[in-house]
Design a protein around this ligand. Structure first.
Ligand SMILES: [Zn+2]
Length: 211
């Protein structure tokens, strides 16, 4: 019998633009998850004011701490529109559907503005992207999130995008589990809720059968 040589396939799929974001939780997905209970009757949106958006961007390490505090109030609306487009596209990809043109147009609008501002620079002995100018304003940071989404949706990691099994939740995540079986955004949250619901449904069925 011939000897089979088994080679490990290394995932070399890197975005052409390294944003320095966490590989397991790209900015665009974390951004999409800034609404709790998105598909429930009482969703809670973290972004009520432009300052909420600024604070979130800063805590994620996207917005520079010394960023100018002057920002066009329209950026809140722009951020929310971008977030909804990212969610709609991610949700479609997770369900193996094609996204709507309107959502792609919304993302494109943001991607194109970000690309215009992107620059190359010399860093030590290498040529690198210089995104520092983007990190100084909310508008620039929204551009970086759009690039994060463009990078994710066009890479092989797109096949790993999932939407939480708790329909009301609507959070998106990457299923990086070995057997591709992750169902919940968070086992201790939506996972337990589903377990509890199954338990009560079973108890109800047992009670119904006993009467
Ligand atoms: Zn969830």
């Amino acid at each position: 019998m011939g000897l089979l040589s088994v080679r490990r396939v290394v995932d070399v799929d890197k975005s052409f633009l390294d944003l320095g974001e966490p590989g397991s939780e790209p900015w665009c997905l974390t951004f999409s998850n800034t609404i709790g209970g998105r598909n429930s009757s009482s969703p809670s949106d973290r972004f009520q004011t432009l300052q909420d958006l600024r604070t979130w961007l800063s805590r994620q390490g996207i917005l520079q701490d010394d960023a100018s505090s002057i920002d066009d109030p329209k950026n809140l609306e722009r951020g929310i529109r971008l977030r909804e487009a990212i969610y709609n596209i991610g949700s479609a990809v997770a369900a193996k559907r094609l996204p709507e043109d309107d959502d792609l147009s919304e993302l494109n609008w943001n991607v194109q503005r970000a690309i215009v501002s992107a620059r190359l620079t010399i860093e030590g002995d290498k040529i690198a992207w210089d995104l520092s100018s983007q990190r100084g304003s909310v508008a620039g940071c929204l551009g970086l999130i759009a690039l994060s989404a463009a990078g994710l949706f066009t890479s092989s990691r797109a096949t790993k995008i999932r939407e939480c099994g708790n329909h009301e939740c609507g959070w998106l995540f990457l299923d990086l589990s070995k057997n591709h079986s992750r169902k919940w955004c968070d086992m201790s949250d939506c996972g337990n809720l589903a377990k509890a619901r199954r338990y009560y449904a079973k108890q109800k069925a047992l009670r119904a059968a006993a009467t």
